[in-house]
Design a protein around this ligand. Sequence first.
Ligand code: GLN
Length: 485
Amino acid sequence: MIRELHEKLIKGEITSVELTEKYFDAVEKKDKDLNAYLTLTKDLAMEQAKKVDEKIKNGEKIELLEGIPGAIKDVLCTKGIRTTAGSKILDSYIAPFDATAIKKLKENGAVILGKTNLDEFAMGSSTENSAYGPTKNPHDLERVPGGTSGGSAAAIAADMAAWALGSDTGGSCRQPASLCGVVGMKPTYGRVSRYGLIAAASSFDQVGTLTHSVEDAAIVLSAISGQDRHDATSAHSSDKKFEDYLDGKIKGVKIGVVKEYLEGLKEDVRKVMEAVVEKYKKLGAEIVYIDMPYNKYALPAYYIIQPSEVSSNLARFDGVKYGLRADDEKDNQAENEFGLPKTLLETYLDTRCYGLGAEAKRRIMLGTYALSAGYYEAFYVRAQKVRTLIKKDFERVFQEVDVILTPTTTAPAFKIGEKADDPLQMYLEDIFTVTANITGVPAISVPAGTVEREGKKLPIGFQLMGKWFDEEGLFRAAHAYEISQ
Ligand code: GLN
């Protein structure tokens, strides 16, 4: 997609301004139904597009991403533009700076169409936790697009952007990609700077991509990755052009498969996954059946560590430092029930009570509990030990195989409202994706096919996980499958 658009731009078949307008037209037509975008940045987009057109007119060389319009999950700070994180508490927050990923995109000449919807503070699996209403799945408007990067995934699936950024703490690029039939990628922890990415759980969060193809994911990642002095956890990884590694070669690549994962699936989903495995065999890859005994503890460990970090990270939203201050939850008075000026504590409480949604509050409470004296050792420390064991499992397996293949999700998109009142069911959506965040390895979801639900064909994806900082190998394996389709 990006490469074709690039060719068109340099051949003069279309200008970046025309391309950008085309996407805004698509948004105008489709987004009333989908609610993928929270904010459109038309002025910025046009200004960026014009600059690129000028360059082309002057005969200057342009890079692959230059002049190509994309969307940004509204959890990344964009200078001078409203950045909500899907929360009421940041409803009026205008970010005073660009996240590093955004800065790099701008330097690369990419065009930014707008900011996309998400579950509040990137917590959820359906985009229903947004304070701005749910996003709908373009394949069936009664269904969720997945989450938390549901707006970005829907924008790609409905072709309302050529590429999109998401964030992935436990699967938020890959799970919506699976449910929307697009490619979702989470890089190795540290590959992309988290500076300006509003934090959910800092030891899991990574900026990732939602795209039409594996090559597009590689192109966008090349643009946004690299070490950054603003993020101490960003790694000394040499800058690479990941798209240059996509040579279609898969012969002899060892792909690890956990048999029980496939056996536990519903028949139609299992068949789709088995077909992927067969395809890889046909292409010359070697399938190695592996054992990952600690993986079954990944989800419980994630749902202890993630809320613990969230409870600390969300403490900054207190009605003083950023965005909203609810002077009173009901009548917005600066006085308390006794007619006295509010105390600081009352301001905190009212702001957080009013400004945060149910899931954010649930995680804050879970995390505070897991970190409290007396429970810290029993929950948090234990979960961290499990994290180490899972990591060791991965280290062992990666001595035998090059990539690990799993389903991305157990099922296709579910109905809006179906799991909204059952947090545990919602958490199970992440069963195959959280391990990549727990261990930090890169992972990608690639469309695998469709399954039928209530007469509708719904997409579903498979996941590949790669070795730490081996995005090249991961992309190459994913790409080889994609081009064989
Ligand atoms: N669904 C997971 C959660 O709610 C993952 C979210 C994410 O990756 N941002 O925590």
